[in-house]
Ligand binder design. Structure first.
Ligand code: 6CS
Length: 376
């Protein structure tokens, strides 16, 4: 429960952090951040001996903010810290990025607004929290849509026109510019009771993220889904307010959900997709040299994000099984058992098509892209 105390302390320091972020109010900050970030920057020439890095580019000193939905040591934070390091190196130490973990600036939903209003320049935002704002982002709620091979899925996320052009465009319209879509691993179920067939979900109190089609996906199994921040989830599971949840293994283990759950089902029913995002006005306002530093760092983090999640997810199941003082029964669904869920999950795709004029086109294109990747 140490983490909960840390979280509370972080929430209490929220006001202080905002004050430390330059004292701007939100309205001024939208364009103001860009001006502050760009003021005095030049076109960026490669210089020798800049901070000891021969490839560093000359840019003015700048300080940016990057908020994540996770805490220290978890996948998103390791990613953000490494991204900050790359940007610092490439700018010869001139650009520094302060990373704020989950709870330091508010909830996951608050963070979406902070990014779009320019309170922070960068954020890791999971589509699971934006389904009302960007209905097309509900595509990642659709279970059994992607392949079981995470490497193949990451390749699709990197190369997909449906995602990187059409879906990304919908986010930009809402003041959120996705720079990369990436997997945090396959999701599994935990429960206070065993979850092995759709019948086991009948009336089951399932915790989900906010996006409407995530809830609808569990309603298709006759469960009673409730959206809740993960900051309240440990206590919610412990006290029985909810009976189960879905997440990648690393997160289940690190957030200690296995301590308060008797059952873990290896279901691989979906993958956890997240996005590295930037405030579009801020990004478009950057000079070419600074933009290149950002773009190169994002590109280099594409393989790293996959490695970071794979390493943590690979270790997590063993750690859960070793926690014998809080035993968790692990059950892996057979292909036949997965098919029973798949059958109920596929019709939810029709609801996705109804989300907007372009949703059907995005889904069709993505399905073609997944099939093409599977055929290679
Ligand atoms: O379940 C959640 O809400 C959290 N899960 C992960 C893997 N990252 C952050 C997110 O908020």
């Amino acid at each position: 429960m140490l983490k909960k105390k840390g979280l509370l302390a972080s929430m209490l320091s929220f006001g202080l952090v905002l004050a430390a972020c330059g004292g701007n109010d939100e309205t001024e900050n939208n364009g103001g951040t860009n001006e502050a970030a760009n003021e005095g920057t030049n076109n960026g020439e490669a210089v020798e001996n800049n901070g000891g890095n021969e490839e560093a580019v000359e840019v003015e000193a700048q300080e940016w903010r990057f908020v994540t939905e996770e805490t220290e040591g978890q996948v998103q934070n390791v990613y953000a810290e490494e991204f900050a390091e790359l940007v610092s190196e490439k700018s010869g130490g001139q650009i520094s990025i302060d990373v704020y973990g989950f709870g330091e600036l508010g909830s996951e939903v608050d963070q979406v607004e902070q990014l779009s209003t320019g309170v922070v320049e960068f954020a890791i935002i999971s589509p699971g929290f934006t389904g009302t704002l960007v209905p097309e982002g509900n595509i990642f709620a659709l279970q059994f849509l992607f392949d079981d091979d995470q490497e193949l899925n990451q390749q699709v996320l990197n190369e997909s026109e449906a995602i990187n052009e059409h879906l990304a465009g919908k986010y930009v319209e809402q003041g959120i510019m996705p720079l990369a879509f990436w997997t945090e691993g396959a999701m599994q179920w935990t429960g206070s009771s065993a979850l092995q067939s759709p019948d086991d979900f009948d009336g089951f109190q399932m915790r989900t993220q906010e996006s409407p089609l995530i809830l609808e996906s569990y309603e298709a199994y006759d469960a009673n889904p409730t959206a809740m921040s993960w900051g309240e989830l440990y206590t919610g599971l412990q006290q029985g307010a909810v009976e189960g949840q879905e997440n990648p293994l690393f997160f289940i283990e690190d957030a200690n959900f296995h301590e308060v759950q008797d059952h873990l089902t290896i279901s691989n029913h979906n993958m956890y997709v997240t996005m590295t995002t930037v405030n579009p006005d801020f990004y478009e306002g950057l000079d070419d040299a600074t933009k290149t530093i950002v773009d190169e760092s994002i590109e280099e983090m594409k393989s790293r994000s996959f490695e970071i999640q794979a390493e943590q997810n690979d270790a997590a199941l063993g750690l859960i099984e070793e926690a014998t003082d809080t035993p968790t029964e692990v059950y892996e669904l057979s292909e036949e058992e997965r098919d029973a869920f798949r059958e109920l999950a596929v019709p939810v795709r029709d609801s996705y098509r109804d989300e907007s004029e372009d949703a059907g086109m995005i889904l069709d294109m993505l399905q073609d892209e997944i099939e093409a990747a599977q055929g290679n």
